[in-house]
Design a protein around this ligand. Structure first.
Ligand code: ATP
Ligand code: MG
Length: 808
């Protein structure tokens, strides 16, 4: 037996060793986080190769991210002198791409076919809808895109979709047209990569059998997050046994954790695990119960939390690592204070020689990253954002910034091009080409060339230019906040995204831009320090960012560097300073490749990774668990699995924080702390309580934010009064003045709460109609929980929010 002697097995425990050295038959390794699933999978490949059971060409291994695939390659080549190129290791999309390049003729594609990322796909759908005059009120392109992707994930071509109703019929028609357009242009989207290669395998016996003979071992990591089509694709390489027939004889080795299934919203089917066991008659199921990643305070927290879920396959995890530090819980007065505390804590960790790359900040929603990014930026700490665009690079933010830049500079052609037809106003590519020709031949800007374009196109473009002109005049002398609000409304951006089925996140980001401006203005002197950076340097900084290096295939490439202003802040208007700040913050402080940097990412993007120190921020009801998922049990259980993933990323230190107030989506929210705190073992937690409430010196006058701008320790302990004399910490937001001067609590208006009571129907000029669910506090501190028809449940301070009772 080569098993016992292989040095590859030396460092593994008994179950891991057994899993690595299983006979060449189907197997499922079901195990919790940090138990070494990925390590076992990698070691099995090495072991199979080393024992001569397979050649590199006989391996097909699917990982979840490119990063994981790269890591696997690196580990393998360090373990064995092998030709890694012969192995098919990659993501589903990566492998399908490879397959289709090899079989482009069978797939009926040009060899040089181009891949559409999610944003490109949307643009393609939009173009199509315009061409066929689709009513985008009834059929928003985003919804069509969602429909198309959903069909493909289920393996359905237009002809396969059941035409339930008129609406589906219309969508299927568009799906067919979209397919024709892609085919004509020689492009494929992500779903098509999967579906097309699946079909080639399904329809060509010789090809399928060839691959089945070739790939003796098929290994899949994170199996719990595969969707229907991915599972069907795997089956093509490895037909499950059929009664009376011997199968192709290859072995599928699937590795997963049902507790970490977090992509149900994208069609992932945890049921694939049970199907796999049944269909493949899996004889080998191994559980790994030893966790090698985390200290027990962290692991126990994860275990206890996830025990609140039902329908689990059931696993246990233990660790020999010792208790370690307790999980630290911090309650902040505001999101700013939360970010500042985190940065201070990171500085302390750095003093303990922990590399910044071993510090990760995890958040539930992308919109949360901005405040953290700003705090890190101000502290001069390099950081890297993974799995999502950094705030100022997100498409919707770039659109908004483009409008703002045009207010300042109508000749900014990049901005002009970006938004001349966005939101769509019927200006076609032809007209824009015409405009560009005129501008080119007369050497002027697009804006100046407008009058030369005639006909209907000319009118539409002139209208756009006039719109910008009107906005410019209307915003003259306004504050930055007012300017941005007006631009968001009048450009039609907010309205446009609001009508998209999945546009809520973008609307929230746009509202977040208002917050960004607000805090920018209040940080006195910042604008003056913001020195412009030459465009090419900025471009370089951007191109070196990991986001543009394509670590995450779902992240679209950065299309152009943001323009920077030529002057220093001294003479700049607040708007220009802000735009400079946006450009700098997007390019400058993003860590250079190879630089030691704090890691920022959503919980989703953190799957499979590990760090010494992890900060999970925004642990508040409505945020984590997310408000969209709180109403039904399945949604809540998926949130809990997400939280489980988040906790189990940490090796040594885990920090959980929540904030009493948070500026999110353009609104101050008074959040209750997350229910997940109740589900963690108290003995593993250590609640960190600052000595006294923030803002106690009442310095929040003029620009607000007094505590924030000071840098260093920010808002804490600034007041002169001894800590012991301060009121209890918990209702800190109520006893101090509002950090942003928004609340006006020092001079509260007469208590409006008196005529607001639970059950009452109310109107809010931003959120519309809603119903009061509950009331808390009294006088100036009174707040109401309102369930808004269109915006979900929110807590609002009655001294700030204008709630008017409405008649039924
Ligand atoms: P996740 O569910 O988060 O993907 P996982 O089950 O894939 O986790 P790995 O990432 O493979 O776990 O392993 C977690 C950590 O434990 C890694 O740092 C790995 O190197 C280490 N590890 C795994 N097995 C052992 C072992 N037998 N001895 C020492 N360290 C181990
Ligand atoms: Mg793993």
């Amino acid at each position: 037996q080569p098993v016992a002697t292989s040095p590859l097995l030396a460092g593994l425990n008994a179950e891991q060793g057994a899993a690595v050295s299983l006979p060449p038959e189907h197997a499922l390794i079901l195990a919790g986080a940090g138990s070494g699933k990925t390590r076992v999978l990698t070691t099995r490949i090495a072991w199979l190769l080393q024992t001569g059971q397979v050649t590199p060409g006989g391996i097909l291994a699917v990982t979840f991210t490119n990063k994981a695939a790269k890591e696997m390659m690196t580990r393998l080549t360090s373990m064995l002198p092998i030709n890694a190129r012969g192995m098919w290791i990659g993501t589903f999309h990566g492998l399908c791409n490879r397959f289709l390049r090899a079989h482009y003729k069978l797939a009926n594609l040009p060899q040089t076919f181009q891949i559409l990322d999610t944003q490109d796909q949307l643009s393609a759908v939009k173009r199509l809808c315009k061409q066929f005059n689709v009513d985008d009120e009834r059929f928003p392109p985003k919804q069509i895109q969602y429909f198309i992707s959903g069909c493909k994930e289920d393996g359905q071509r237009p002809g396969d979709v059941k035409l339930r109703d008129e609406e589906t019929r219309k969508k299927v028609e568009l799906y067919a047209l979209y397919e024709a357009q892609c085919q004509r242009e020689g492009v494929v989207d992500f779903g098509e990569l999967m579906l097309r290669s699946y079909e080639v395998l399904r329809d060509n016996d010789a090809v399928r059998e060839n691959y089945q003979r070739r790939f003796r071992h098929i290994l899949i990591d994170e199996f719990q997050d595969t969707n229907r089509l991915q599972y069907a694709w795997i089956k093509m390489f490895s037909s499950p046994p059929v009664e009376g027939l011997s199968g192709p004889g290859n072995a599928v080795f699937a590795v997963g954790d049902d507790d970490q299934s977090i992509y149900a919203f994208r069609g992932a089917r945890v049921g694939n695990m049970a199907d796999f066991v049944r269909e493949y008659r899996v004889q080998h199921q191994i559980k790994l119960e030893q966790n090698y990643r985390s200290v027990s305070n962290i692991l126990d927290s994860a275990n206890q939390l996830i025990s609140h879920n039902s329908h689990r396959l059931g696993k246990n995890l233990r660790t020999d690592a010792g208790a370690g530090e307790p999980v630290r819980v911090f309650e902040a007065t505001s999101d700013f204070a939360e970010a500042q505390w985190m940065v201070d804590e990171m500085k302390q960790l750095a003093r303990e020689d922990i590399p910044k790359s071993e510090m990760a900040v995890l958040y539930r929603s992308n919109a949360q990253s901005r405040v953290v990014e700003t705090a890190l930026f101000n502290a001069g700490m390099p950081y890297r954002v993974y799995g999502g665009l950094r705030f100022f690079e997100r498409a919707e933010i770039k659109h908004a910034l483009a409008y703002l830049r045009l207010l300042e500079n109508p000749n900014d052609d990049t901005s002009f091009m970006r938004v001349v037809n966005f939101p769509p106003r019927g200006i076609g590519a032809r007209s824009i080409e015409q405009l560009q020709d005129v501008a080119r031949s007369s050497g002027c800007s697009l804006n100046d060339a407008v009058s030369a374009v005639t006909g209907r196109a000319g009118v539409a473009i002139s209208n756009f230019v006039a719109k910008i002109q009107v906005m410019r005049e209307q915003t003259e002398g306004n504050t930055l906040r007012e300017i941005i609000e007006l631009v968001l409304a009048h450009s039609g951006l907010v309205e446009h995204y609001r009508n998209e089925r999945e546009g809520q996140d973008r609307v929230e980001n746009l509202e977040e831009l208002v917050n960004a401006a607000e805090s920018f203005v209040s940080i006195e002197g910042f604008g003056r320090d913001a020195v412009a950076m030459p465009v090419d340097e900025l471009g370089q900084a951007l191109s070196q960012s990991p986001v543009s290096q394509g670590l995450d295939p779902s992240v679209p490439a950065i299309d152009e560097p943001l323009a920077s202003e030529e002057e220093t802040g001294e003479t700049l208007s607040p708007l220009v300073s802000f735009l400079t700040h946006a450009a700098l913050e997007s390019g400058d402080n993003q860590a250079q490749a190879g630089q030691d940097a704090v890691q920022l990412m959503t919980v989703h993007a953190s799957k499979g990774l590990e760090f010494d120190c992890v900060f999970i921020t925004g642990m508040e009801e409505g945020l984590f668990p997310h408000e969209n998922s709180m109403s039904d049990r399945d949604g809540l259980e998926e949130e809990r699995r997400l939280m489980y993933v988040a906790i189990t990323r940490a090796r040594k230190r885990l920090y959980l924080s929540h904030s009493q107030t948070r500026m999110l989506h353009g609104q101050t929210r008074y959040n209750l702390k997350s229910r997940f705190f109740e589900e963690l073992p108290e003995e593993c937690l250590k609640w960190i309580t600052p000595k006294q409430p923030a803002w106690s010196d009442g310095a929040a006058g003029a620009g607000g934010n007094a505590g924030w701008q000071g840098g260093g320790r920010g808002g804490f302990n600034r007041g002169g009064a001894p800590a012991a004399l301060q009121p209890a910490w918990s209702p800190g937001w109520a006893s101090g003045s509002d950090p942003r001067g928004l609340g006006g609590k020092s001079n509260p208006e007469p208590d409006r709460g008196t005529d607001i009571k639970a059950g009452l129907k109310v109107f809010h000029n931003k959120f519309g109609e809603g119903k009061v669910l509950a009331l808390e506090g009294a006088g100036p501190d009174a707040r109401a929980q309102v369930s808004f028809t269109r915006h979900g449940v929110k807590w609002l301070a009655l001294s700030v929010a204008k709630l008017t009772p409405v008649d039924d």
